[in-house]
Design a protein around this ligand. Structure first.
Ligand SMILES: [Zn+2]
Length: 83
């Protein structure tokens, strides 16, 4: 099941998995079986998504196609150690 999650409540979510479905961003978070579809504060749910490595951690950085709002999600279970 997919649950819509407003922008204001999505901030700081720890994400274990994500996928793009028709331009929507669906994420999974620890301890919940539902998928969440992130809704921007402008009401749209089309996001540009990239993953960023930052201080050994993986971050899912998303940006709204319409209004340019951005959100960062720490990716759980992904870590990066430089050689
Ligand atoms: Zn927006």
């Amino acid at each position: 099941m997919t649950v819509e999650l407003p922008f204001a409540q999505a901030s700081g979510l720890k994400v274990t998995a994500w996928k793009a479905v028709d331009g929507e961003l669906h994420v999974r978070v620890p301890s919940f079986s539902d998928e969440y579809s992130i809704i921007c504060r402008c009401g749209r749910h089309h996001w540009m998504v990239r993953t960023v490595l930052q201080e050994g951690r993986a971050i899912l950085a998303v940006r709204c196609h319409s209004c340019g709002s951005t959100l960062d999600f720490p990716l759980e279970g992904f870590s990066f150690r430089p050689p």
